[in-house]
Design a binder for this molecule. Structure first.
Ligand code: NAD
Length: 323
């Protein structure tokens, strides 16, 4: 039985492919390589295909028995989703429907879906539990929430069991330095801090210095990508054991501010981070933290590598040689 990993050549997907392989799963990556890199999954079978291509999807499921699917494939830039919602609903919603159709036609009924903290919108409580109201503030988050809703309906009507994992801020790199983050354009804080001190990106812009937080900069919940990957393996095993679908946050409950990330990077690298304060961006909230209670209870999961120091050290190890 093969585990299909859609978007498996991307940042979080490739780290999860490594964890799956380590656990002895037979993995097949499906990726259109729009932002993924084949070398991140070297040695793992990889089909270059797009989830918009229904024929290709049908072939993949006809060619081999697929026991479950992990679905990472999507566009990920919140700002771009405001400018071009059509692109986001096509690439994040239509693609998902195509994948679920192919699964149902083949009788594959277990799925792990990459969802996001963006489904919550402005938090009413912190840390945010999974039953917090969902009011996404951008098309990216709305498309993710629509997919979650579709999956609930598909489980009820078609028996497709799924676990939607709502990630907070994925960061860091494989501890052996062989994989890490390489988005283009890069919109995430940790790589941008490191790339700017390496002179490989412009001076860093810190969006908002007047949030109601201890140092005025936004506080986020950074989770090491290998911790995220480990949670996927636990979620997959749960579905393969026949358990029902679920929605689970993946975060640490520990908030770190933008300035703390900068100071940690300066300590780890011994170099100054060139940065300027800039106005807040539309929709940015002061504090975004995940409740991790459900992940602990349902998956038996706990973050192990998600200290800011480990995140920044591992990312530094990757960025100074790789990008
Ligand atoms: N990075 C984060 O902090 C974060 C936070 C919350 C949620 N997520 C979600 O996690 C998932 C993975 O994010 P990432 O940071 O690894 O992004 P990524 O861009 O590195 O990976 C996405 C992968 O999907 C592939 N892909 C995109 N569209 C495709 C299509 N139509 N057909 C086939 N392949 C396609 C890309 O080539 C890439 O390899 C995404 O669904 C994203 O929304 C990420």
């Amino acid at each position: 039985m093969t585990i299909l990993v859609a978007g498996g050549a991307g940042y979080i997907g490739s780290h999860t492919v490594r964890e799956l392989a380590r656990e002895g799963f037979d993995v097949l990556v499906l990726d259109n390589l729009s932002s993924g890199r084949r070398e991140l999954v070297a040695g793992v079978p990889c089909v270059e295909a797009d989830l918009l291509d229904r024929e290709a999807l049908g072939r993949i499921f006809r060619d081999r028995p697929i026991g479950a699917v992990l679905h990472f494939a999507s566009l990920i830039q919140v700002g771009e989703s405001f400018a071009n919602p059509r692109k986001y609903y096509t690439h994040n919603l239509t693609t998902s429907l195509n994948l679920f159709d192919a699964m149902l036609e083949a009788g594959t009924k277990a799925l792990i879906f990459s969802s996001t903290a963006a489904v919550y919108g402005e938090p009413e409580t912190t840390p945010i539990p999974e039953d917090h109201p969902t009011r996404p503030a951008n098309p990216y988050g709305r498309a993710k929430l629509m997919v979650e809703d579709i999956l609930r309906d598909y489980e009820r009507a078609h028996g497709l069991r799924s676990i939607s994992l709502r990630y907070f801020n994925a960061a860091g790199a494989a501890l052996d330095g062989t994989a890490g983050e390489c988005h283009s354009p890069e919109t995430h804080l940790v790589p941008n801090v490191l790339l700017s001190l390496l002179g490989k990106a412009p001076r860093l812009k810190v969006f908002g210095g007047d949030f109601p937080t201890p140092d005025g900069t936004a506080v986020r919940d950074y989770i090491h990508v290998t911790d995220l990957a480990a949670a996927h393996v636990l979620a997959l095993k749960r579905l393969l054991a026949g358990e029902a679908g679920d929605v689970i946050n993946l975060g640490t409950e520990a908030g770190r501010s933008v300035l703390e990330v900068i100071r940690t990077a300066e300590k780890v690298t011994g170099r100054p981070v060139p940065y300027d304060l800039a106005p807040r961006r539309q929709g940015d909230v002061a504090v975004l933290l995940a409740s991790k209670a459900r992940a602990a209870r349902i998956l038996g999961w706990a973050p192990r590598l998600s200290s800011l120091e480990t995140i920044v050290e591992s990312a530094w190890n990757w960025h100074r040689k790789a990008v």
